[in-house]
Design a protein around this ligand. Structure first.
Ligand code: ADP
Length: 340
């Protein structure tokens, strides 16, 4: 048990076995002593406490430092405790040594890379396809309606009205199928699981490997402070895939794309930052880009539908998070995704 500030109150034989410290060596000390110094320097102990206090619970996997100094990979759950009157008194912290599991997991990971890629493709398909198809089918439906009313005003249209009517019916049916598909994909993706940022980004890099090679994009990644988040798999993948794709698509013509992805614990959120050195976004366009089907009219011929960032904003805000962008034209952009 920890008090409100993370000071250790109780220490059982399990803790002693795992960490090597006796009760008298740790009780009364801050639990930050169990973190390696590179995580203490990032104020991770205080940040984890702040999130558990805010959300009632925080779980993560990261390095921990026992008395021997030999770091081990730990699964940690911090749960906020209140007394009978509802007053906040501290935390229960549970740590599991995951070193063996991590080793096995890493081995397995490398062996199933191909299967994971296929699975990612399939998972993404229904979701992206249904969203991306909505805009063109809406257009076809609207245009066929317009054409129909135009033709009806003409006396002799040689039965073309009938054909257009059939076209319009087809477009409507198509719309129903797409809407159902989107709903099915949405329901399926509302399942919260424990996501590793590194694994998700690795999957996406595999998926985009051709584009990455073509433009010679370089990635800088730092997940040390917040390696995991509890989020629906498809949502987190969709968010990252859209941001990474954009960082590649909207690169500067003058230099190779450098994409920096970083996760931290900030203001009670898990903050995901995706920064690029691309063409940047004009100040007046910054608000618009998060609306569905909005694109910025720029000179470059880059293919797109304007769905991506709108979808990202929906997925983030739907989970009580927020999204911000900082950008300088000609320098690059940084998207900040605050995940809850
Ligand atoms: P799409 O890429 O399909 O046009 P998005 O919703 O993903 O749609 O993006 C909306 C607009 O925001 C894009 O048209 C582009 O002008 C701008 N944009 C998005 N990401 C970036 C970026 N990393 N750098 C510069 N501009 C961007």
């Amino acid at each position: 048990m920890l008090d409100k500030d993370g000071v250790i109150l109780t220490w059982n034989p399990g803790c002693e076995l795992m960490k090597g410290y006796k009760a008298e060596e740790v009780i009364g000390q801050n639990y930050s002593m169990l973190f390696p110094s590179f995580l203490r320097d990032k104020h991770l102990p205080e940040k984890e406490i702040a999130i558990a206090k805010e959300n009632g619970r925080y779980e993560t996997e990261n390095w921990r430092r026992p008395k021997s100094g030999e770091l081990f990979w730990a699964f940690v759950v911090l749960t906020k405790i209140t007394d009978d009157s509802g007053k906040f008194v501290g935390f229960v912290k549970i740590t599991q040594d995951q070193s063996e599991k991590k080793k096995l997991h890493d081995q397995l990971q490398s062996k199933i890379e191909d299967f994971k890629r296929m699975n990612t493709d399939l998972n993404n398909f229904a979701y992206t396809a249904s969203h991306d198809l909505k805009a063109p089918i809406n257009n076809i439906e609207g245009l066929s309606l317009l054409l129909k009313s135009e033709l009806e005003n003409r006396v002799n249209n040689d039965g073309i009205s009938k054909i257009v009517e059939l076209m319009h019916q087809s477009a409507l049916k198509f719309k129903v199928v797409i809407t159902d598909m989107a709903r099915a994909a949405q329901e399926e993706s509302e399942h919260y699981t424990y996501q590793s940022f590194k694994d998700v980004v690795d999957d996406i890099k595999l998926l985009l490997s051709n584009d990455i090679k073509t433009v010679q994009a370089v990635f800088h990644e730092d997940y040390a402070e917040a390696p995991f988040v509890r989020y629906p798999t498809k949502h987190i993948r969709s968010i990252l895939q859209n941001l990474i794709t954009n960082a590649i698509k909207y690169k500067s013509p003058k230099r190779k794309p450098e994409i920096t992805i970083k996760t931290t614990l900030t203001e009670g959120y898990t903050l995901l930052e995706v920064a690029d050195n691309g063409m940047g976004i004009e100040e007046e366009d910054k608000k618009r880009i998060f609306s569905m089907y909005q694109r910025v009219d720029n000179d470059t011929v880059v293919e797109g539908t304007g769905v991506g960032l709108g979808l990202v904003a929906k997925l983030v805000e739907g989970n009580h998070g927020k999204i911000e962008v900082e950008s300088k034209v000609g320098k690059g952009s940084k998207f900040k995704i605050f995940l809850r």
